[in-house]
Write a protein that binds this ligand. Structure first.
Ligand code: PRP
Length: 181
């Protein structure tokens, strides 16, 4: 029987390591957002596993909302422009917004999102990401909260995909080169 694990070079981050870091970040967010009723915004689809575990570990009142976006491709990459396929349901004016991502790579997506949501007059906007691939950054974007720093390797699992596959792996693994080359 074929297994997704056959396609991995190795497991980079275990379930236990993920759970420990998610709890730690949830605790920091609780401290920083107590009595602020923050709005947690999941950017689909990669962040869903992280988002769900994160908010379940935050024992303070908060709201959740979802955005689906897609990037325009390499031609317009420097503009960081993204297409919004599903916008937020509610207005964010006066709200403390936390954008939840699975990975920050070049940072173009978040630069655009921060600018777009910032123009709607929220009380504040912060970025919380599962993975930070610092070595690939091409923008001044710095996540306010992150769980793990990762090197420039092809990571999948716990929401992250290659060609829509591997999102359901409970761990984060490094994909074998032969799979994506
Ligand atoms: C990923 C990730 C960020 C973006 C980061 O999304 O969720 O949105 O890429 O890259 P950047 O920092 O270079 O802009 P992806 O387009 O893979 O969509 P997905 O979450 O649905 O998998």
């Amino acid at each position: 029987m074929s297994s997704m694990y056959d396609d991995l070079k190795y497991v980079l981050i275990t379930k236990e390591q993920i759970s420990e870091r998610v709890k730690a970040i949830a605790g920091r967010l609780e401290d920083d957002y107590r009595d602020k009723n923050p709005l947690m915004v999941a950017i689909l689809k990669g962040s869903v596993m992280f988002f769900s575990d994160l908010v379940k570990n935050m024992k303070i009142p908060l709201g959740i909302d979802f955005m689906a976006i897609s990037s325009y491709g390499s031609g317009t990459r420097s503009s960081g422009e993204v297409r919004v396929n599903k916008d937020l349901d509610k207005k964010i004016e006066g709200r403390h917004v936390i954008i939840v991502e699975d990975i920050v790579d070049s940072g173009y997506t978040l630069m655009y999102l921060k600018r777009m949501l910032g123009s709607r007059n929220p009380a504040s906007i912060k970025i919380c990401t599962l993975l930070d691939k610092k070595s690939r950054r091409e923008t001044p974007i710095t996540p306010d909260y992150y769980c793990f720093d990762v090197a420039d390797e092809f990571v999948v699992g716990y929401g992250l995909d290659y060609s829509e596959k591997y999102r359901n792996l409970p761990e984060i693994g490094v994909l074998k080169e032969e799979i994506y080359q």
